[in-house]
Design a protein around this ligand. Sequence first.
Ligand code: C5P
Ligand code: C5P
Ligand code: C5P
Ligand code: ZN
Length: 487
Amino acid sequence: MDVPVPELADRAAACADRLRAADSVLLASHIDADGLTSAAVAATALERAGIPFDVVFEKQLDEAAIRSIAATEHETALFTDFGSGQLDVVVEYADAVTPVVADHHQPADAAIECHCNPLLEGINGASELSGAGAAYCVARALGGVDNRDLAALTVVGAVGDMQAGVDGLTGANEAIVAEGVEAGVLQAGTDLAMYGRQTRPLPKLLEYANDVRIPGISGDESGAVRFLASLDLDLRADGEWKRWVDLTDDERRTVASALLKRAVASGVPADRVNDLIGTTYTLTAEAEGTELRDVSEFSTLLNATARYDRADVGLAVCLGDRGAALDRARTLLRNHRKNLSEGLELVKSEGVRVEEHVQWFDAGTRIRETIVGIVAGMALGVDGVRRDRPIIAFASAGPRSTGRRAEADGGDDGGDDDGDGEVKVSSRGSHTLVRRGLDLSTVMREAARAVGGDGGGHDVAAGATIPAGEQAAFIDAADDVVATQLK
Ligand code: C5P
Ligand code: C5P
Ligand code: C5P
Ligand code: ZN
């Protein structure tokens, strides 16, 4: 059988062999879009292979989480979208539970037999393969059925981890896209590269798009409406604005070319103008005009569940529930969007502190710690936040209105044991900085360890947990590490 990522064929086969030999498997995964799709890909493959399993989600795979996984009846644990960074701890529990890891984070210094990670074979784990991609390789190796249909969810995971550039997915990810297209579950196309083509009314689509800022349209509701009204098109139906998906091909071309013209006329640089059009991915089996049809919107829907203690809801949607779970997910999505936009407003109004090599803000309890990284990433594009240095954000667990509200209407499943004395750190950089030597995974690990915490992640996006009160010392340490990296 041909394999999607030849470099990982042996590793995926070793993982698959171990899983097939197991009486039962505990599947443990991370609480974000990539973690959920990783779990869905793995769960579907295990199910199809007739291997009994249970699923658990963890915000972080710390020692306590590993200990509780090891304490279950299951003899084998399949870690997806985490595990590599904690391999040194995982091996200490290998007598209690045999570890199988499908991940794409920087591995800690330890070795196990069943470890499917692109970084071990020279493939970039931040841009060329996601956790879902690693899980997909194992799913394809498990066999029975060929599992190519799982490429659709895998692409949602990769895009959810921000692995797609304007030209779409590259490297190993691209091979998975090709399998999805072949299997008929995925379509790749060239289209307006704006978030919300399936679900946002046109003015909102244009107003909220901030990857490429167009003066007089981006962030400007009446400007967006005026622009649309100036086109000689019928962009409303029954008094409501149409969405991008409602337009005919001709109408789309007209809007897109007017938008490009407008961007050029308002002085947007040519390379940025080009970024308005990009590669987009569509899940062909999903209904038009739903969040599930567009991979970006799907991934945001998943973050809206998992980052609010409702990974079960997101997983159910991934596994095909289009009833109660999808309804619940949509409610959570409204709440997530509100929190993201409030978080971004907070950063805009209060600004960031600029140090020599980093910039930072401390949201305290005002941004939920599980989404502060997403807000930090979105903030890198806004006025008042520089793009020439990485951004670091702090958030504290504790009483927070937004989170509580989500839990109240989301029916919290409990089990959230945030320590009072800890602060969550998230950091985001740009690809330009990474090309100059930035590796935030090392920055977070070293600066956190310097103040009694720990961290990790990817070169372009990483996080940490540190003791409360150590923010200033952490920034000093991080500033030093970034200084040496960018020297
Ligand atoms: O744990 P994990 O790998 O899933 O976290 C990935 C996170 O890193 C995503 O939530 C995404 O926001 C961020 N990221 C990013 N830019 C990249 C890659 C990842 O902001 N190029
Ligand atoms: O939530 P997630 O990390 O998947 O969001 C990915 C990107 O989608 C964000 O960085 C943001 O640019 C965009 N987004 C948005 N509006 C939302 C949610 C996400 O523009 N409500
Ligand atoms: O939480 P956030 O979205 O900022 O995480 C960014 C990246 O850093 C993710 O890949 C996450 O898994 C990683 N991370 C980590 N250790 C932490 C916190 C985050 O490896 N303590
Ligand atoms: Zn991931």
